[in-house]
Ligand binder design. Structure first.
Ligand code: GLU
Length: 449
């Protein structure tokens, strides 16, 4: 039986780092098994779900290089859900409850106050027909709970190993709201059944949901998929992923941080796995080497510094043909392959190249405080061809001749060549500028005078 998996985000916000990780691991699992990958939009929450978030999910997936074989939306499947709701009602697995949220919260508090777990007491099962009629007359509409069997629930999780629950320790989950709207648990199980999911990969925040879902699969007469619960990502101190990172979205990585998609894929595909985290410039080797059994259940740490390091290493390996279109969109269409190769090792992010490009190709206004020194330095320029050692060779000579050193030597040269007192490394810049431009900039003051 070939692998069929899904990634099931709710379109209630931008796709965040935790979900991106679930998507990548699920996608790699599918692709490494020649399996089928379904993108399922869990939009049962009609108030919070928005088309712009659904678009964001799709564009983030495409940016990260993840395609899907099929897509479905829960809101398009209402008829199917209703059909199976009728079956579960007939079978006595769904029961009507009339408690208000306030009444439920009071019950919970009372139980907790007595040191007991806040498990729903099933009072609704005892309601007589008269009581139900009275509630309806009051204008109350029922919500519906799934009646769990009070028996052991066990599964062999591909990451967590043997997991055990008992139905008696869990509240009967609410599957249908007062409004008649079926909720996530029910829709998810019906979809997993109808789309023949062989595996369900998701965050460990769903572990106890899984226990109830297993009984729902059984109640619907469906095979139970294999579960894979990935641990939640923590921050570098081992705490919950901090607010800033927790809310960090693929869109932030792309539009604000301006990171390479492969740096995110490289990090999140292996975070928490025994495989080493390395910079990958393409997703293919990650597919080839992917092994779900290498993931462990300890919470892995997300380190922004590590992501930035991967990003720069990826840029350093990126061939010109993979960036030239992007550079053109950044108004650097004349930037050629030689420039790319010379500057690439100095970049942390692709956009850093702009500063280098402006210095080399732009109309730089040299800053020259000591025109004689600048002119003297111009005289000492080594003959072309220039390479990455030319800067050292030249400044050694200038040092010997003028007796200047350290900041007094380097700052005036930087200011003359770049018009700035900080910026790109001059050793790499010099050969790109070439003797003519360098001489012009050093002697600009003299010519103007
Ligand atoms: N929409 C759910 C979530 O984002 C899906 C969980 C699942 O994969 O079943 O948490």
């Amino acid at each position: 039986m070939s692998v069929k998996v899904r990634f099931a985000p709710s379109p209630t916000g931008y796709l965040h780092a935790g979900n991106v990780r679930t998507a990548i691991v699920t996608w790699l699992f599918a692709r490494s098994q020649d399996g089928h990958f379904l993108l399922r939009i869990d939009d049962t929450d009609t108030e919070r779900s928005k088309p712009e978030y659904e678009e964001d999910i799709e564009s983030a997936m495409m940016w990260l290089g993840m395609d899907w074989d099929e897509k479905t939306r829960q809101r398009d499947r209402t008829d199917r859900y209703n059909e199976l709701i009728e079956k579960l009602k007939t079978d006595g697995r769904l029961y009507a409850c009339y408690e208000t949220p306030e009444e439920l919260s009071l019950k919970r508090k009372t139980l907790l106050g007595r040191g007991k777990p806040p498990i729903y007491d099933r009072a609704a099962l005892e309601l007589t027909d008269e009581q139900k009629t009275a509630y309806k007359a009051e204008g109350r509409s029922p919500h519906w709970r799934f009646k769990l069997n009070h028996e052991p629930i066990e599964w062999d999780d591909l990451v967590r190993g043997e997991v055990r629950f008992n139905g008696a320790d869990l509240s009967d989950p609410v599957l249908i709201r007062e409004t008649g709207l079926p909720l996530y648990h029910l829709c998810s199980v019906i979809d997993d059944m109808d789309y023949d999911m062989t595996h369900v990969v998701r965050g460990e925040d769903h572990v106890s949901n899984t226990a109830t879902h297993i009984q729902m699969f059984e109640a619907l007469g469906a095979p139970v998929p294999t579960f894979v619960h990935l641990p939640m990502i923590s921050d570098t101190e081992g705490g919950k992923l901090s607010k800033r990172l927790g809310s960090m979205s693929a869109r932030d990585f792309r539009d604000n941080e301006k990171l390479e998609p492969m740096s995110i894929v490289s990090l999140l595909s292996r975070l928490g796995s025994a495989d080493p985290i390395m910079p990958f410039t393409s997703i293919k080797p990650l597919v080839d080497e992917f092994d779900i059994s290498k993931f462990s259940k300890g919470a892995p740490k997300f380190d922004m510094e590590e992501l930035l390091r991967l990003n720069s290493k990826i840029i350093h390996q990126t061939p010109f043909e993979d960036v030239n279109v992007r550079l053109a969109h950044m108004d650097m269409e004349e930037l050629d392959e030689d420039f790319w190769h010379a500057i690439r090792p100095n970049l942390g992010k692709l956009e850093d190249i702009k500063e280098w490009w402006d210095v080399v190709s732009g109309n730089v206004e040299p800053i020259i405080e000591d025109p004689d020194f600048a002119a003297q330095a111009a005289e000492l320029l080594p003959p072309e061809p220039w390479n990455e050692n030319t800067w050292k060779e030249w400044t050694e000579k200038v040092k010997e001749t003028t007796g200047r050193k350290g900041k007094d030597l380097f700052m005036p040269l930087r200011q003359a060549l770049t018009g700035m007192d900080h910026g790109p490394e001059l050793g790499a810049l010099l050969p790109l500028l070439g003797a003519e431009k360098v001489r012009q900039r050093l002697t600009k003051h003299k010519q103007a005078a």
